[in-house]
Design a protein around this ligand. Structure first.
Ligand code: FNR
Length: 387
């Protein structure tokens, strides 16, 4: 198996390798949007449509992608977004991703519905990671879960607000995705063509939801992910619940899933230290706008009071630059690193981060910028009307 350094020149390469290695239903779980997939595609297309203004004859010899996120020093303003069931792409996926992020010097966010538990990831890393919270109906369990994140030394809690119900993802329905996987004949045939993945999975003992095991009596009963979400996730979640969370979580609070300026103001009024402009990577409300399209109005509404981050559609350092230029303080990547994980495990996540940093650095250089804080709208090219 060739190492990622030799053959991988873009996140798209990682995606293609992951597509070949990872069993189809698990690859599809990552590479899908909801309903028609319009928002999923729009996130990428709108970013790609933003052009740069090339500048020349600037001394760019001393450049740095270093920055800060929530007060933490980072080697670039890019975090790994929470992705549920990360361990389906590669055995111990959450641990490998957290390690890659730690070595690279960027934040890792562990999902509530991860396969490795908070304690597994804490034991395998030394840099504090961020923990993402889905609000389940059982408040006693939520209280214990927040307590576990505190005990593990997590440095931020990311509250996801856009998944009170789950957006319908057609590929998952058609593949019959279940937890644990049900072995139908097509699944079995597909698995037989992916021996490296199967051996990796057999070598690990972690096959269940690490954070919620014990809450769900028998994880083997979780036949359908969407049914489980419908039964457990709290549809009554509203702004007042943030006070309940803050009573139990004294640390940094990030509110994720913001697509509207008024919602951003509400999050900030309730004490959010950062908001993440996110449409869940186009996995929830289909035909929502892209995140890059709504970013400016949200930055205008709350950018002077809080950090505004963005995710959804970031596939390169150039995309990160585009978001920073339009006012984001930082970006988060979901699928980009999932592809790296599925392709090569920890080395693939590292490769993804290396690619993004290099692309960000080179774009800064071509646009005549040497520091992340100097990236702004002046580096974007806006065609005149009619061009
Ligand atoms: C996600 N996302 C997500 N968000 C969250 O708050 N908790 C979660 O458990 C998950 N799970 C999850 C699984 C997978 C496979 C994907 C692709 C995404 C959403 C994620 O945090 C982020 O918002 C998007 O991934 C960003 O879009 P891109 O970068 O994937 O285009």
């Amino acid at each position: 198996m060739p190492g990622p350094g030799r053959i991988v020149t873009s996140v798209e390469d990682l995606r293609e390798i992951a597509r070949r290695h990872v069993p189809r239903m698990f690859y599809d779980y990552v590479d899908t949007g909801s309903w028609t997939g319009a928002t999923y595609r729009r996130n990428e297309a709108d970013l790609a449509g933003i052009q740069f203004r090339q500048r020349v004859a600037v001394d760019i010899s001393q450049r740095s992608t270093e920055s800060r996120m929530l007060g933490e020093a980072v080697t670039m303003p890019v975090a790994l977004a929470p992705t549920g069931l990360c361990g389906m792409q590669h055995a111990d996926g959450e641990i490998l991703s957290a390690r890659a992020a730690e070595r690279f010097g960027v934040p890792f966010t562990l999902s509530t519905v991860s396969i490795c538990s908070i304690e597994d990831v804490a034991a395998a890393t030394s840099r504090p990671f961020w923990f993402q919270l889905y609000m389940l109906r059982d408040r006693d369990f939520m209280e214990r879960l927040i307590g576990r994140a505190r005990a593990a030394g997590c440095s931020a809690l990311v509250l996801t607000l856009d998944l009170q119900i789950q957006g319908q993802r057609h590929k998952d329905l058609k593949n019959g995705i279940t937890v644990p996987p049900r072995l139908t004949l097509p699944n079995l045939l597909d698995l037989m063509t992916k021996p490296r993945w199967c051996l990796g999975m057999l070598a690990t003992r972690r096959r269940s939801f690490g954070n919620i095991i014990g809450h769900v009596a028998n994880v083997g009963d979780l036949t359908s992910l969407s049914h489980w979400v419908a039964a457990q996730f709290d549809p009554t979640l509203c702004w007042d619940d943030i006070a309940w969370i803050k009573e139990r979580w004294p640390g940094k609070l990030v509110v994720k899933g913001i697509m509207d300026a008024e919602d951003a103001r509400r999050a900030v009024e309730r004490g959010a230290d950062a908001v993440i402009v996110s449409n869940h990577g186009g996995r929830q409300l289909d035909s929502a706008p892209s995140t890059i399209a709504v970013l400016p109005e949200i930055v205008e509404a709350v950018g002077h009071r809080t950090e505004v981050h963005l995710d959804s559609g970031i596939r390169s350092g150039q995309d990160a630059f585009r978001a920073l230029a339009l006012g984001a303080r930082a970006v988060h990547i979901g699928r980009a690193y999932q592809y790296g994980l599925g392709a090569f495990g920890e080395a693939g996540v590292t490769r993804c981060l290396e690619l993004i940093r290099k692309e960000l650095d080179h774009t800064m250089a071509f646009c005549g910028v040497t520091r992340v804080e100097d990236i702004g709208p002046a580096q974007l090219y806006r065609p005149r009307a009619g061009e």
